[in-house]
Design a protein around this ligand. Structure first.
Ligand code: BES
Ligand code: MN
Ligand code: ZN
Length: 491
């Protein structure tokens, strides 16, 4: 993919599709819209007067072979109100526009700059938007594949911009979008294709390509490290578990404390003996979305050559019921030495994260972030727009929220009061893995908190935002978390 900034007036941009944002509240009798209207022989004012075209956010009108322009298609992209046109909306609107026209086999797509948004942020968001639109979810269709033909993306402007700064931002956009798409493709893989060992193989391929160190622990190595919680969940499946460790060691201070990222990698969650109902159980192939976000973020961190030490940890298991599976009521010993009463085998994510967080804590990190499709309760609380955010540290939490403003991914902080800890007190062991139904996202977070000690920590419950739902802007996996994690580490 060739991604470039070009200085050109809009009449002379040669491409297959020229995307031009148009604002709801602008006067088409003035400035650029008036000039465009004139070139189009009054078509714009005609469309406006018939109310066929209103520039509402997301409204897309395609004009073919506009006479006096050099583009094969002019795409009028309804951009809503000018004041709400910011990088997240640029990313989103451009993604929608390209999704609509990508089946036309476009090779060269241009985005014409019309906003006051800081140029490098706007260019980065535009590149991300185009690339996010090219990710397909139909890998296993044998026919009618909507192939992706886009070869070149131009960010076009007639202003004098700081070329090297904007081009750098566009490269950054490319890296972030490619990482997001890696996560989306991987989350989309079904359980029979991506099991824990395949996930580890994929992580190896990624690591090799982008220069990350990788270590994969098999079950014997996990036994040695006494990762009892991961191993017990893994026992329910014939597919052995894995513990994946990715390292990006690029801090100039060789002994700088690392940042640790932890992702839940349940390649399929049937619930185990506490079996889930059949309805939508197929969506539980996405229970590895946290792991995929961490792997993809590590790829982007390597490509961006961020000068920090970052360690990515992925406990990978398949949660199935079998003659070897853990039973409700079992007591297990986690790596930390804490004993856990397993009340519900479907609360498996917190079990594998317990060992991963304990492992991470021993690396004496600056801070630790885990990301997981952890609870249905979080989906009940926040729906499909925002992920739940929990933290034991004000500074780190604010840092993550600032990163989310750049990424456009939305979070909502939920509480961790000590009183909630009562929910997971066990009669028989140090702790139990589920509490009452109410406040289930919080008791899950309290469970995780037991294993992080004093390390500054954020927990992201992404159960509701791993997949696009209903009439959201796309279909399939979202790749949620990748860009926020990278922006946070980059800060
Ligand atoms: N992977 C699920 C959580 C989930 C639910 C993700 C819906 C995406 C959509 C998790 O392992 C789970 O099963 N959690 C249980 C916990 C309960 C047994 C305390 C849940 O939320 O029902
Ligand atoms: Mn579960
Ligand atoms: Zn799960």
């Amino acid at each position: 993919m060739n991604i470039r900034l070009i200085k050109s007036n809009w009449q002379s941009i040669e491409c297959d599709a020229l995307i031009v944002p148009m604002f709801e509240d602008e006067d088409i009798g003035k400035d650029f819209p008036a000039a465009l209207d004139e070139k189009l022989n009054g078509l714009l004012s005609e469309l406006k007067s018939t109310e066929e075209w209103k520039s509402k956010a997301g409204q897309i009108t395609v004009l073919y072979r506009p006479n006096q322009l050099k583009t094969a298609r002019l795409i009028l992209l309804g951009a809503g109100k000018r004041e709400s046109y910011d990088p997240p909306s640029i990313r989103n609107l451009i993604m929608q526009a390209v999704r609509k026209v990508k089946s036309y086999h476009l090779r060269r797509v241009s985005v014409y700059r019309r906003s006051q948004v800081e140029p490098s942020l706007a260019a980065q968001a535009a590149v991300e938007g185009v690339l996010l639109a090219t990710c397909d979810t139909d890998d296993y269709k044998t026919q009618d594949k909507s192939k992706n033909f886009i070869e070149e993306i131009l960010f076009a402007t007639d202003q004098d911009l700081d070329t090297s700064k904007v081009e750098k931002a566009m490269k950054r956009g490319e890296i972030l979008a490619q990482a997001t798409n890696l996560a989306r493709r991987l989350v989309n893989e079904p359980g029979n294709r991506v099991n824990p060992s395949r996930l580890a193989e994929t992580a190896k391929e990624v690591a090799e390509k982008c220069g990350l160190e990788i270590e994969v622990l098999g079950e014997p190595e996990m036994e040695e490290k006494k990762m009892g919680a991961i191993l017990t969940v893994a026992r329910g499946s014939d597919e052995p578990g894995r513990f994946i460790i990715l390292r990006h060691l690029a801090s100039p201070a060789s002994k700088a404390q690392p940042i640790v990222l932890v992702g839940k990698g349940v390649t399929f969650d049937s619930g185990g003996l506490s079996l889930k109902p059949a309805h939508q159980m197929e969506e539980m192939k996405s229970d590895k979305a946290g792991a995929c976000a961490v792997l993809a973020a590590m790829q982007a961190i390597a490509h961006l050559q961020i000068k920090k030490n970052v360690v990515g940890l992925i406990p990978a298991v398949e949660n199935l019921p079998s003659g070897r599976a853990q039973r409700p009521g079992d007591v297990i010993r986690s790596m930390s030495g804490k004993t856990i009463e397993v009340v519900n085998t479907d609360a498996e994510g917190r079990l594998i994260l317990a060992d991963a967080l304990h492992y991470g804590r021993q690396l004496q990190p600056q801070y630790m972030i885990d990301i997981a499709t952890l609870t249905g309760a979080c989906v009940v609380a926040l729906g499909h727009l925002r992920a739940g955010l929990f933290s034991n540290n004000e500074e780190i939490c604010q840092k993550l929220l600032r990163a989310s403003e750049l990424s456009g991914e939305k979070f909502w902080r939920l509480p961790l009061d000590d009183e909630y800890r009562k929910e997971i007190e066990s009669q028989i062991a140090d702790i139990k893995n589920t509490g009452a139904r109410w406040g289930g996202a919080i008791s899950a977070a309290k469970f995780l908190q037991e294993f992080v000690g004093d390390v500054p920590w954020c927990h992201i419950d992404m159960a509701g935002v791993d997949l696009f739902k209903g009439n959201q802007e796309s279909k399939g996996p979202t790749g949620f978390g990748v860009r926020t994690l990278v922006e946070m580490v980059a800060q």
